[in-house]
Design a binder for this molecule. Structure first.
Ligand SMILES: [Zn+2]
Length: 338
């Protein structure tokens, strides 16, 4: 999730019940003065990262924090809440006024500024925290420029990286950080939380399934009426399989949902139409072979979706690549049915 925009805009610190163990472990390390200098939070959810990292920073800077919660009363807390704490810096994707859109990457100038500031002494003789989020948005140049600081930060410096796409970070960065996974909760806790957020009982399981068990994502998908979008997509895709509508029409209808949703739908279609068809219900060997082949094609197509449909904008190129994927998908479904 991208949290724009200008360098000084404030984010409301927040955490969720299942974040508590990790917050407490880090708080305890800080109290024992055993915090590492570079931490990579490896989040399973792409939602709420900014709020979490602000909460974590506030917690570590607080003079009187207990049980994952900063006191809210001390000098540090007041400054953090007013976004005026001099020794906490949050490096994010910025809004480009000229291009009128959010930058795709965290720029090297931002990291250079961080490195410069990391060499200064702290104002309060406490931790000097630099958060970079989403850390996978550093380009190679930015990531490389950070390496030396990750290796030899100043005495009081803590560098906090957070990402939901750890694999996109260079190994050189990952290997210099202590990695802390931030997973979503067990199903029961996720259900309980969603109930508390006002989601209807009958929707909860369905949306948790759509979201791969991530309750934050489930809530977001619900707010977008994802079930309605899925039903509409199933109808349109069936028409497309029956040659009742053309690939370009289907693609243009899909594109109107926005790229992230399209990726989600296509992956779901690969699961539903390909993998399930390639299941264990094959009666003849020839059918089994065909299905095995279809499964391999489906896996290859998943890879293609990950690579080609990562464009963030709904431009023409995205639509053409989507058409490509839809054509492959149809071929796999047809082949596996023979
Ligand atoms: Zn405090």
């Amino acid at each position: 999730m991208i949290d724009p925009v200008d360098e000084n805009s404030k984010i409301e610190p927040a955490y969720l019940p299942w974040h508590r163990p990790l917050l407490n472990q880090l708080l305890s390390l800080k109290q024992q003065q055993r915090l590492p200098h570079a931490i990579l939070i490896d989040a399973s959810s792409e939602i709420g990262g900014a709020e979490f990292i602000w909460h974590l920073a506030m917690l570590l800077l607080c003079d009187d924090a207990t049980d994952a919660v900063p006191c809210g009363e001390c000098h540090s807390c007041h400054l953090m809440l007013a976004n005026t704490y001099p020794d906490f810096k949050y490096v994010r994707l910025l809004y480009d006024d000229k291009k009128k859109k959010i930058n795709k990457n965290i720029k090297i100038e931002q990291i250079r500024k961080l490195i410069y500031e990391a060499n200064l002494t702290t104002s309060y003789n406490k931790l000097n925290i630099f958060a970079i989020h989403p850390a996978d948005k550093m380009n190679i140049e930015s990531a490389n420029s950070l390496l030396k600081t990750l290796e030899e930060p100043g005495a009081q410096v803590l560098i906090l990286l957070m990402t939901s796409r750890k694999g996109k970070l260079p190994v050189t960065v990952r290997s210099r950080c202590q990695i802390w996974p931030l997973d979503h909760p067990q199903n029961e806790e996720a259900q309980y939380w969603l109930l508390g957020q006002g989601m209807d009982t009958e929707d909860i399981d369905q949306y948790l399934e759509y979201a791969g068990g991530d309750p934050q994502l489930a809530l977001k998908l619900k707010s977008e009426d994802y079930a309605g979008v899925v039903n509409q997509f199933k109808q349109q895709f069936t028409q497309y399989l029956k040659n009742e509508i053309d690939v370009s029409i289907l693609a243009s209808k899909l594109v109107s949902n926005g790229a992230p949703l399209v990726r989600r739908l296509i992956k779901m279609a690969i699961d539903a139409y390909c993998y399930q068809l390639c299941g264990l219900n094959a009666k003849k060997n020839t059918q089994a072979d065909l299905q095995k082949e279809a499964a391999q094609s489906a896996i290859a197509l998943s890879g293609q979706v990950n690579q080609q449909l990562m464009v963030e904008e709904n431009n023409l190129n995205f639509q053409l690549q989507l058409e490509d994927v839809l054509i492959s998908l149809k071929q796999i479904v047809k082949r596996s049915k023979h």
